[in-house]
Design a protein around this ligand. Structure first.
Ligand code: URA
Ligand code: SF4
Length: 242
């Protein structure tokens, strides 16, 4: 294979960030704009890691939720995850264990993921705030704002193909959205990032009919992941065949 210098217009992978990392590795001399941006991002993030974020979260005292928590809950999953799920805040079980979505809502989510064929290992799960609000109240704007940088760093590091918004708190915090029921099941793109909007798994505890809604939405997500994987595979094959 000949060394290949991309330009911004000839670079085939300009929209596929994970695939791009492979290209950078294979062709470090590339000078296209997209590679440049990714290399700068990689450099800026090179001192950050999910482990570093987790240890900062565990010691964090930036908002008043730190006073009542037992354990902060940074999130669970690999940096290689293709999808990030974002819920609201840790509940009682999560506060006790330091892990996200391990109570009833977590069991519901696990069941639906299994049903639609999404592997837990392909997913990173976290919340808008990393500490439990007393009595499971909705986290306040001040708490969401204080906690936001941790989430943004997790998203930058993982560079997920799609973010799954679970429920109204995540929807309003991340996308400024209001009506989950009107917008659930939709995939939207904002600033180059794809999002799937769905209900919070806990909503299905009180209304069993909503379980079908969650299943329908996560099967849309599953199809989207498969579609993106196929695109990646084809673009790589295309490229190697050049
Ligand atoms: N509900 C959430 O929003 N997050 C959890 O981690 C658990 C329940
Ligand atoms: Fe820090 Fe977030 Fe916990 Fe508040 S909720 S103490 S900002 S980790």
């Amino acid at each position: 294979m000949q060394p290949y210098v991309f330009t911004a217009s000839s670079c085939k992978s300009s929209v596929r960030r994970k695939t791009h990392q492979y290209y950078i590795y294979a062709y470090p001399g590339c000078r296209c704009l997209e590679h440049g941006r990714i290399m700068v991002a990689a450099h800026n993030l090179s001192n950050d890691s999910l482990e570093k974020i987790a240890s900062e979260v565990i010691g964090c005292r930036l908002c008043k939720l730190s006073r009542s928590r037992k354990n902060a809950v940074p999130g669970d999953g690999q940096a290689s995850a293709k999808v990030i799920f974002i819920g609201e805040a840790p509940g009682k079980n999560e506060d006790e264990t330091g892990r996200p979505f391990v109570g009833i809502a977590g069991r519901i989510l696990d069941g639906v993921l299994r049903k639609v064929g999404i592997e837990r290992s392909d997913v990173f799960i976290t919340n808008i705030v990393k500490c439990r609000p007393p009595g499971n109240r909705v986290p306040g704007d001040d708490e969401r704002a204080a906690c936001r940088a941790y989430l943004d760093r997790q998203i930058s590091l993982i560079a997920p193909r799609i973010i799954c918004i679970l429920g109204a708190t995540a929807y309003s915090s991340i996308l400024g959205g209001k009506s989950i029921i009107e917008n659930r099941g939709k995939i939207i793109k904002r600033n180059g990032q794809k999002y799937l909007i769905t209900i919070h798994p806990a909503a299905t505890i009180y209304n069993r009919n909503l379980l079908h809604v969650l299943e329908d939405d996560l099967s849309i997500l599953s199809r989207e992941i498969k579609k993106m994987e196929n695109l990646d595979r084809n673009s790589l094959l295309d490229y190697v065949g050049d």
